[in-house]
Design a protein around this ligand. Structure first.
Ligand code: NAD
Length: 488
């Protein structure tokens, strides 16, 4: 990849808002600058929507809804399938674009194109499987018809950490179900969504079915859309505090909502675990996406008898990690998204060490340009440390020892979150007990990554509401109607 190639790619990304099939600047002319976190340099300037633009985007989604809902499911499916095929053709461009705007290593960005693309393929297949039922009621007094209908115009808000997958995980099921959407990507990484919207147009997207508003004014633009009585559904992926605020706004219209919120994943290693597998799983669960994943392992709860050996092995691997811009060969650790993320990782490590944890490696921000933080291992983390309570969202692996299974369960469940848990044990019965005892929406049993388009992704407790992916995913965008008719 050359700089020239990057310049050419960036020039081909739309810089406007997509409203009703037209790319246009913000009505007040405002713009938003997008930077490369590995250099701090602005790479592109795009439109920043006003409240009026947000409303215009919703107008377009409302107008397009009846005809899209009435489009045969097979046609909706075929549009998505064409989009999937185009995504394969443009895989390298999407990967490079994500590395530029978000910072993840190119190899991981390619992985995200595969993962994000799978949602498009999966929901292209699900579109044709929306089913109802018909039958006599138990009393024999009538016939019941149960049918599924698209919920209507949807508002989709996505975070910066997986710029493609977070968009496809929402757009694909919505379109498959017959819904139209307004999507608002994160202001830090809007380019991938704009590029994907262009791809959808190339696949034959009718005007108004997908509208994109990029904006610096997330709060006001979103509130106006969410409070509009014509909106029928809000799907949000992001932090729990913002999700809570949006749920309050959504309550006014009793909106259908899906909330994919924060996590604080435990990664439990028992004394009967295969330590090689556990170390491999730990590195994936912790350092993928530079630790900036809602599914990132946050607390390594390791049996006291193997804690030291586990710490020694992960430290050795972490010390060998290559840090740099994601486009460089072999880089495993790119930049964090911004200064705030670096400051947060620093503070959490300082707090843990100040309370008696042992710093095995890392622990420092790296001088600029770019917002880098050293991959870090701390062990012997003491109860009460902030790092056990907060979502780290950075390359910091924190180890807490435990003595018996009950204590492991208590520590793992000691969080208001419940998105994903990882457990490493070679004892089948223990693994089964952990499936039953952990308060978690998803679990990796001897696996460090769980996400899959065919599986229901989502959390318990304050990690959210609803599921994305799997057979469940399309139902987030469908509503049920029951009709009673007389016996024939
Ligand atoms: P964030 O909550 O700050 O932002 C998410 C989105 O909401 C962005 O588009 C942002 O512009 C928008 N936003 C921010 N404030 C808003 C407001 N007042 N009104 C309307 N929109 C607003 O989160 P983030 O920093 O972008 O992403 C990281 C968070 O996302 C982490 O907590 C992570 O765990 C979570 N996340 C969850 C999942 C999941 O599937 N559960 C997946 C990825 C990320």
């Amino acid at each position: 990849m050359t700089d020239e190639r990057e310049t050419e790619l960036l020039a081909s990304v739309p810089d406007g808002l997509l409203i009703g099939g037209e790319w246009r600047p913000a009505e007040d002319g405002k713009t938003l600058a997008v930077s490369d976190p590995s250099t701090g340099e602005v790479v592109k300037t795009i439109a920043s929507a006003s409240v009026a633009d947000g409303k215009a985007a919703l107008d377009a989604a409302v107008e397009a809804f009846p005809s899209w809902a009435a489009t045969p499911a097979r046609e909706r499916a075929e549009l998505l399938r064409r989009a999937y095929d185009l995504l394969q053709e443009r895989k390298e461009e999407f990967a490079l674009l994500m590395t530029i705007e978000m910072g993840k290593p190119l190899a991981e960005a390619r992985g995200e194109v595969v993962y994000g693309g799978e949602f498009v393929r999966w929901f292209s297949e699900e579109a044709a499987r929306i089913q109802g039922r018909y039958g006599a009621n138990p009393e024999g007094t009538g016939r019941m018809i149960v049918s599924q209908h698209p919920v209507g115009p949807c508002y989709l808000i996505t975070p910066w950490n997986f710029p493609l997958a977070m968009a496809t995980r929402k757009i694909a099921p919505a379109l498959a179900a017959g819904c139209t959407v307004v999507i608002k990507p994160a202001a830090l990484t809007p380019l991938t969504t704009l590029y994907f919207a262009k791809l959808l147009e190339d696949a034959g997207l009718p005007a108004g079915v997908v509208n994109v508003v990029t904006t610096k004014a997330s709060g006001p633009v979103s509130e106006e859309i969410i409070r509009d009585p014509r909106l029928r559904k809000l799907s949000f992926t992001g932090s729990t505090p913002v999700g809570q605020q949006l749920l309050e706004q959504a309550a006014g219209g009793v909106l259908r909502t899906s909330m994919e919120l924060g996590g604080n994943a435990p990664f439990v290693v028992f004394d009967d675990a295969d330590l090689d597998k556990a170390v491999d799983g730990a590195l994936l669960a912790k350092f993928r996406n530079i630790g900036q994943a809602c599914t990132a392992a946050n607390r390594f709860i390791v049996h006291r008898s193997v804690a030291d050996e586990f710490a020694r092995r992960v430290t050795e691997r972490v010390k060998a990690m290559k840090i740099g811009r994601g486009t460089e060969d072999g880089v495993q650790i790119g930049p964090l998204i911004d200064d705030r993320a670096v400051a947060k990782a620093s503070e959490l490590v300082k707090d843990a060490v100040g309370r008696g944890a042992d710093l095995r490696t890392g622990g420092n921000p790296i001088d600029g340009p770019g917002t880098f933080y050293e991959p870090t291992v701390v062990t012997g983390v003491k109860p009460g440390s902030e790092i056990l309570r907060e979502e780290i969202f950075g390359p910091v692996l924190a180890i807490v020892p435990f003595d018996d299974e009950d204590e492991a369960v208590r520590l793992a469940n000691d969080t208001e979150y419940g998105l994903v848990s990882y457990v490493f044990t070679e004892n089948l019965a223990r693994g089964q007990r952990m499936i039953e005892r952990l308060e978690t929406g998803m679990m990796g049993l001897n696996m460090g990554v769980v996400s899959n388009a065919a599986a229901p992704f989502g959390g318990w407790k304050m990690s959210g509401l609803g599921r994305e992916g799997g057979a469940e995913g399309i139902h987030e965008y469908l509503q049920t109607k029951y009709t009673l008719t007389p016996n024939p």
